[in-house]
Write a protein that binds this ligand. Structure first.
Ligand SMILES: C[S@@+](CC[C@H](N)C(=O)[O-])C[C@H]1O[C@@H](n2cnc3c(N)ncnc32)[C@H](O)[C@@H]1O
Length: 319
């Protein structure tokens, strides 16, 4: 019996009993795999649920005897739910169970979209334009699940504008190797910040990191479409150690839903990844909360206001 669990809270579907210190499957027998879109969730599931988990932008191929999908308006967007449902339909599991957290009416509406037109293959990707002064207009592609699917994030745009302005207006001073600087775009999403900066600073080389597999997929596609090479890494704990101390510029637009815990992961990475004299830029709506956090990693923090956001700029101390 092969079972696939799908959804951000899919691991909850794995009910088990605890016998002494050993966890055993109670309700699901056989081979159970939990799919995640975010590598952070994969690591959390492996730690707390002790089941096999895989992180990928699309569901793993079967055959599956059973697919269980947990969703609802509070768990994922309607578009992502439908996208996942379409993938499940394509995999043709022998049995399918939906646990919908929400109203019965919404559950039926979601299911009817697949049942009413089972052979229709919907394309859920979106294209939208973005540019910074002095750069080309870029048509970004995003997918459901990516941060800011279908629209531009003003915070990310503000960050890209400040960085590209700084790098072009001070060609000789702020960057240790201005001829071919190296930028780390952490939490890159579909690559908004890095690609916009590269549209102005043509010789910059890009490394991008995101914990979401669909963000990585979109960033890779955008790199190809823009003809802008980028190394895109799926990770939730920063760049690999081989990259420590190799970057001239760090850009991060971290999520703030967990207080500043993820911002701290970003800043810890920035401190490790940057060369002495390298520049760290983060963006936030209001600097009051992030500023003291950033000061713990970089004692100097300059606040640059743009588009209703605060870009926090620091320089890594020379040793
Ligand atoms: C606010 S979005 C910014 C996306 C893009 N840079 C922009 O400005 O539009 C934050 C991104 O950080 C990613 N993220 C969250 N936790 C992360 C972690 N621990 N490591 C890497 N990326 C992470 C999310 O998947 C999301 O794509």
């Amino acid at each position: 019996m092969k079972t696939l669990l799908v959804g951000y809270k899919a691991a909850d579907l794995f009910e088990r009993g605890k016998h002494g210190k050993k966890f055993t499957a109670k309700w699901i027998d056989g081979d159970v795999l939990c799919h995640t879109l975010d590598i952070y969730h994969r690591h959390a599931i492996e730690k707390t649920h002790h089941i096999r988990a895989v992180c990928s932008p699309h569901l793993p191929e079967g055959p599956w005897d059973l697919i269980k999908f947990k969703t609802g308006p509070k768990l994922m967007s309607g578009e992502l739910s439908l996208d996942m449902l379409q993938e499940i339909h394509r995999l043709k599991p022998a049995k399918f169970e939906l646990e919908f957290i929400g109203k019965e009416r919404d559950r039926n509406e979601l299911l009817s979209k697949i049942r009413d037109d089972p052979d229709r293959v919907r394309d859920f990707s979106a294209k939208w334009p973005a540019s910074v002064p002095g750069g080309d207009k870029l048509m970004f592609t995003s997918y459901p699940g990516c941060f800011c699917h279908r629209r531009l994030d003003e915070g990310g745009l503000a960050l890209a504008e400040v960085i590209s302005r700084d790098l072009t207006s001070h060609p000789s001073s702020p960057i240790p190797h201005p001829s071919s600087p190296k930028l780390l775009d952490m939490g890159c999403g579909c690559g908004l910040v890095g690609f916009l900066v590269k549209s102005v600073v043509k010789d910059i080389s890009l490394v991008m990191v995101d914990s979401h597999s669909r963000a990585v997929e979109a960033a890779n596609l955008n790199a190809t479409n823009f003809n802008m090479p980028a190394e895109v890494i799926l990770a939730d704990n920063g760049t690999p150690a081989r990259m420590d101390g190799t970057f001239d510029v760090f850009a991060g637009n971290p999520p703030y839903y967990s207080d500043y815990r993820i911002a701290e992961v970003f800043l810890e990475t920035a401190k490790r990844a940057l060369k002495p004299g390298g520049l760290c830029y983060t963006v936030v709506k209001n600097d009051a909360g992030l500023r003291p956090v950033q000061e713990r990693y970089f004692p100097n923090v300059e606040v640059i206001r743009r588009r209703g956001y605060c870009v926090l700029k620091s320089v890594k101390a020379q040793v």
